[in-house]
Every structure is written in C-alpha cells, then in structure tokens.
Unconditional design. Sequence first.
Lengths: 114, 109
Amino acid sequence: NAGVMQNPRHLVRRRGQEARLRCSPMKGHSHVYWYRQLPEEGLKFMVYLQKENIIDESGMPKERFSAEFPKEGPSILRIQQVVRGDSAAYFCASSLWDRKETQYFGPGTRLLVL
Amino acid sequence: KNEVEQSPQNLTAQEGEFITINCSYSVGISALHWLQQHPGGGIVSLFMLSSGKKKHGRLIATINIQEKHSSLHITASHPRDSAVYICAVRVTGAQKLVFGQGTRLTINP
C-alpha cells in the first residue's frame, strides 16, 4: 500500500507564474489536508477536503490560493501569481476517516519562487 | 501566545541518554499527535494520543488531559533519532491540526 504521494517534490517558479501541487492520498483515504511550512517556521494548516468538498479552508490565504479534491484523481493545491513569500514546503496528509484516524503525511513539495 | 508550546526548542544530548520533550496546549483537543521530521524534510507520524500512554520501541508518549500537557520520551537515544519532533493537536470539533514550533534534537555519538 503506497503512502501519500506528492509531486513534484521540488518546484521552481518565477514571480507571477502559477504553481500546481498534487497530492495522491493513501489508497482508500477520502480525507486530505494541506499544510504549509514557511522557512524557519512551524507547520500551519491550510485546508481540509473530502472528495468533491472543501470542509475547512480557514487557513487558506483569501487570494490566489485554491484547492480541490475531485472525484477522480489527486488533490490539487493551486497558487496563482506566485510571490516570493509563497516559497515554502507544502505538505499533504490523508486519513481514512475523520475524528480518530491518524493523518499520514506525504514527502512534501518544496516551492521556490524566484 | 501560541496554542501549542513545545520545550525545549533545541536539545543536544549524548548517545544513550534519556530524552524528554514537552508539549503544552491551551485549547480543548480531541487528540494529540507527535510527529518526526527528518533533516530531509519528510514527516512521520509517531503517535496519536487521546489519553494515557503509548509505547513504540524506544519511544514513549504520555498525555495528561487535565493539565493539558504531553511528553515524548526517547530511551537509549541514538544519533539516528536526530530530527525535529513536532507536537500537534486536533482542536475539539475541528479536523485541522495545530502545530507546535518543534524541538530540534541532536544526538551526538
């Protein structure tokens, strides 16, 4: 059973470009979480999704950021018109159910905005 | 003040020492997680606790719900234990995790 997969592992973008980060949850997992780790800072929650639904996006910046988890395919975190401050490690986690289930983390995508 | 506070922020010890990392939180929680982040950046979930104590190999995690405090212990520490250890809580009624700043542990041979 493969773990949580994220791609790309490293992404370089110039200011103003778009960044698309993909997360494939563990097999059978229907809950996906995105977290961001800014340089020298702790992890921060961004968004929690179930298939085709955004459940909690209280940690998402109001502009330029969006997330989806379609019925088929990976979850996508999309950052439009990237700025240098978006440079960070973006981690995805998945769980089988909500409430009492452990979240399993992916390896992360390290985004560098030049 | 952060909702989740860890201490110490940095810890250096010699191989074989008993290690304790502390986590205090100020919110109601449904579960507490201990995570390990290796120098390469990957994150591994070590424990999920809602009460009592759990043990896995040389690692022991305890939680005191009344005192809003958890500890992670490592017995017979080894250089391969060197990593950042992160405490995270699942706030009651929510699914998101709130993270501590992490404790950077270095075990010297």
